[in-house]
Design a protein around this ligand. Structure first.
Ligand SMILES: N[C@@H](CCC[C@H](N)C(=O)O)C(=O)O
Length: 276
């Protein structure tokens, strides 16, 4: 069968977006891995599926799969692309869109200039919610990584994140430490690993080794997690610009129990169709 799709990106974190409101398809993890391949397939960091909601008070259901075929709970850059996609495809005329994800419900607002503002929900810190194996909740955990003691914060933005402070993000050990922490046994569902350089109280630089993908040019939930970690440790103010290799996101957080607000761009690259 022929499947229509759209290639999109948010700051270079790229997506294959498929409308399953007007089309039908079953994509298993083997098929997703093949489609994600940058040489033999279409190539993407995540696959986003747009589906009808299962609740009358929601506009859509939005499912997210990493390039390794694993289904995940949340994707910040994907949420912005999702919002642009459903408007561009005329699947809705609303500029404020309520969506169900595996990590909870989100509200997305598309501004006149095309930027998208997303209420990402409140971060969670309890080790069991991340999930992280730890006796109690802390701002700093020490992880034994092959005999090396690594200090990190950890929290959930619907999906799991570790945040490590570095002096210079350009020299951060993203490709060496990232995969070892991603698969560390203390994170039973694996983890996204962010390396954060604090530039000022309103500005950080960040690189993220994403679970199920590797280092990406940007990670929206990773940006939220880094800012939340910096704010709760007293390092950052309430509004922070996060500069990632692919560009800059604006993140706001008013403190525990409050939603994190992420604002940034979402770009359409091309439309295509593929026989599956
Ligand atoms: N790129 C995303 C995060 C995608 C999911 C992540 N790799 C995970 O496994 O949790 C973002 O922009 O947030």
């Amino acid at each position: 069968m022929m499947l229509h799709f759209t290639k999109m990106h948010g700051l270079g974190n790229d997506f294959m977006v498929v409308d399953l409101v007007t089309q039908r398809a079953r994509l298993d993890s083997e098929r997703i891995r093949a489609l994600a391949d940058r040489r033999f397939g279409i190539g993407f960091d995540q696959l986003l599926l747009v589906e009808p909601p299962s609740r009358p008070d929601m506009d859509f259901r939005y499912r997210i799969f990493n390039a390794d075929g694993s289904e995940v709970e949340n994707c910040g850059n994907g949420a912005r692309c999702f919002a642009r996609f459903v408007l561009d495809q005329r699947l809705t005329a609303r500029r404020e869109i309520a969506v169900q994800t595996a990590g909870g419900n989100l509200v997305l607002k598309v501004a006149e200039d095309g930027r998208v503002r997303v209420d990402m929900g409140a971060p969670r810190f309890a080790p069991g919610d991340i999930p992280l194996t730890a006796d109690d909740e802390r701002h700093a955990y020490t992880l034994d990584v092959d005999g090396e003691a690594v200090t990190m914060d950890a929290l959930s933005m619907g999906n799991p994140h570790a945040v490590i402070d570095v002096d210079n993000v350009d020299q951060a050990p993203v490709s060496t430490l990232g995969p070892r922490i991603e698969a560390h046994p203390r994170f039973p569902r694996r983890v996204n690993v962010g390396f954060m350089e604090v530039v000022s109280r309103q500005s950080v630089r960040l690189r993220v080794f994403e679970r199920g993908v590797g280092e990406t040019l940007a990670c929206g939930t990773g940006a939220c997690a880094a800012v939340v970690s910096g704010i709760r440790r007293g390092l950052l103010d309430q509004h922070v610009d996060v500069t990632l290799p692919g560009g800059t996101l604006s993140i706001e957080w008013a403190g525990p129990g409050q939603s994190v607000i992420m604002t940034g761009p979402a770009e359409r690259v091309f439309d295509g169709r593929i026989v599956i």
